[in-house]
Design a protein. Structure first.
Length: 186
């Protein structure tokens, strides 16, 4: 039973995302590394964007497969959000280090993610399950689109980044509101 939980398709896809996040980060921040010698920065951006899109696709498919084929596991409930956070943080931090993303925007996003992760741990310790809201899912999609636009330096990237910040903060508010509703009603 444990083996089937570890190696089902959704968990394998989340694990692939865990491996792709540091590879993308490496392409963004270690551009002077001997392994990347002779590769022009625009190609590094394109490779990082390709890895990011591939990893983002695994996010969609692992959730779809887990729900459709009833392969939701405890391990998957841990791996999936961890892989999402690693991927988005690798993208945002790498882009900030390349001076393509506002430090304030990234600070607000990271602060929210850490706070909500702590809140979810607290909720679980109290026996509460606060599932991701619709806004939280939209937030993740907008963050991923913003990262893609910032990687490729496309027009509108900064607007998307700040839109992602607004959605990130609002979905954080929803988590806090729902957590307080659950704790007050119990």
């Amino acid at each position: 039973m444990l083996r089937s939980q570890l190696f089902n398709i959704p968990n394998s896809l989340a694990f692939i995302r865990l491996l792709l996040a540091p590879l993308m980060f490496f392409l963004l921040v270690d551009r002077d590394n001997i392994l990347l010698a002779g590769i022009h920065y625009t190609w590094l951006d394109t490779m990082a964007a390709f890895i990011f899109v591939l990893a983002s696709a695994t996010d969609f498919f692992d959730g779809y497969i887990a729900r459709t084929f009833d392969q939701i596991t405890t391990l998957g409930k841990i791996l999936d959000p961890l892989a999402d956070k690693m991927l988005t943080l690798a993208g945002f931090l790498g882009l900030m280090m390349l001076d393509r993303a506002s430090e304030w925007a990234i600070f607000l996003i990271i602060t929210r993610e850490l706070f909500i992760t702590g809140l979810r741990v607290s909720a679980v310790s109290e026996g509460l399950d606060i599932a991701a809201s619709w806004t939280g899912k939209v937030k993740t999609v907008v963050q991923m689109i913003a990262i893609g636009f910032l990687l490729m330096q496309w027009p509108g990237a900064q607007w998307l980044l700040w839109g992602a910040v607004i959605l990130t903060l609002y979905s954080g508010y929803e988590y806090v509101r729902d957590f307080l509703k659950h704790t007050i009603s119990h």
